[in-house]
Design a binder for this molecule. Structure first.
Ligand SMILES: [Zn+2]
Length: 295
C-alpha cells in the first residue's frame, strides 16, 4: 500500500506541476507542441545553417563580383581602333568576337529614344556622332529644335553612351575654308560641352571625307578621327529587314558599324542585335576603347 500511496503522491505532484506550467507558459504554436527542446535545437541548427548559407552566399557573391570586376577591368583596357580600317581590335589575344555600334546624324528625337531603349535591352552602348544642325543651322539655336536637342543629348549621356562630333552642318570638309572647317568642329564641341560638360573625344567626318585642315583642327582639339568598317546602308535602304540583312551579312570580328539616328534603323536594330548576340558578338563599350592605343 505504501508503494501505491507513494506512487499516487508522485503522480499527483507531477500533475500539479504540469498544470502550473501550463498556466504560466506562453501558448506555443501548434507545430512546437512536440518536445520544445528538440524544436529549439532544430531552430538553432536551422539558424546556424541559415547563417552558414548566408555567409556562403555572400562569399560566393563576392567571388562573382570579383569575377565581374576582373572581367570589366580587363575589358576596359584591351580595345584599340585601327586607324586605317577603323576596326576594333583587342590588345590581348582573345576568342571573343566584338563589335562597336555607332549612330550618326542625330539626335533627331523620337528615333533617338527608340534606339536608346533597344540598346538598353541588350546593355549595349554606342558612340553617337551628332550634328549641330539638329540644334539649329549656321551655329544658331532654332527655337523649335534647341530644347529637344539638349534633352536628347542629356538622355544619351545619362544612359552611358559616348557623344562624338560629326560637324555642325554636315558638309564635305574638302569644300570648306580653314575657318569654316574650324567652326564646323570647334563650335559643335563648345555646344556639346555647354550641355553635357564633356568634350567629345571622337570625330567622324561627313561622308568619311577628311581634309588636311580637318586633321590639323583634330590634333589641336585632341580628338581622334573615326570612320567605320561596316555600313548598314540605312541611309539608302527603306525596309528595316533589308537593313538587318545588309548589316548582319557584312559583319566581321572587330566591326565598327555605321548606323544612323533614323526610323528605319530604330525598327531594324532589335533584330540586328539579336542576331549579333546569337553569333556570340560582344558589344564593346565605347569607354573600353583605349584612346591612346590607336594603332
Ligand atoms: Zn552623317
Amino acid at each position: 500500500m505504501k508503494k501505491h500511496l507513494l506512487l499516487f503522491i508522485l503522480l499527483f505532484t507531477l500533475f500539479l506541476s504540469a498544470c502550473s506550467n501550463n498556466t504560466t507558459a506562453p501558448v506555443q504554436p501548434k507545430e512546437n507542441e512536440n518536445s520544445t527542446v528538440e524544436t529549439d535545437k532544430g531552430q538553432i541548427n536551422e539558424q546556424t545553417n541559415q547563417v552558414t548559407e548566408e555567409e556562403n552566399n555572400q562569399a560566393s557573391n563576392q567571388g562573382k563580383d570579383q569575377e565581374v570586376n576582373q572581367q570589366t577591368q580587363t575589358d576596359q583596357n584591351v580595345y584599340v581602333v585601327n586607324p586605317k580600317t577603323f576596326k576594333i581590335q583587342a590588345k590581348k589575344p582573345t576568342e571573343q568576337k566584338i563589335v562597336l555600334l555607332t549612330f550618326d546624324d542625330g539626335p533627331v528625337g523620337d528615333n533617338t529614344i527608340e534606339i536608346l531603349n533597344v540598346l538598353d535591352k541588350y546593355n549595349a552602348k554606342a558612340i553617337w556622332f551628332i550634328n549641330g544642325f539638329n540644334y539649329g543651322y549656321n551655329y544658331q539655336p532654332s527655337p523649335k529644335k534647341a530644347e529637344k536637342f539638349k534633352n536628347n543629348l542629356l538622355e544619351i549621356q545619362k544612359r552611358g553612351h559616348l557623344i562624338g562630333n560629326h560637324t555642325w552642318e554636315h558638309n564635305n570638309l574638302r569644300n570648306l575654308t580653314p575657318e569654316q572647317t574650324r567652326n564646323e568642329i570647334v563650335k559643335l564641341n563648345d555646344l556639346i560641352v555647354s550641355i553635357t560638360g564633356e568634350k567629345p573625344q571622337y570625330f567622324r567626318a561627313p561622308f568619311g571625307i577628311y581634309s588636311e585642315e580637318t586633321y590639323k583642327v583634330l590634333k589641336e582639339e585632341k580628338m581622334q578621327p573615326m570612320n567605320w568598317s561596316v555600313g548598314s546602308l540605312d541611309w539608302e535602304l527603306k525596309n528595316p529587314e533589308d537593313v538587318v540583312k545588309q548589316t548582319v551579312s557584312t559583319i566581321h570580328d572587330g566591326a565598327n558599324i555605321l548606323m544612323h539616328d533614323k526610323e528605319v534603323t530604330a525598327k531594324a536594330l532589335d533584330q540586328i542585335l539579336i542576331k549579333l548576340e546569337q553569333e556570340n558578338y560582344k558589344f564593346v563599350l565605347p569607354n573600353q576603347v583605349d584612346l591612346n592605343g590607336l594603332e
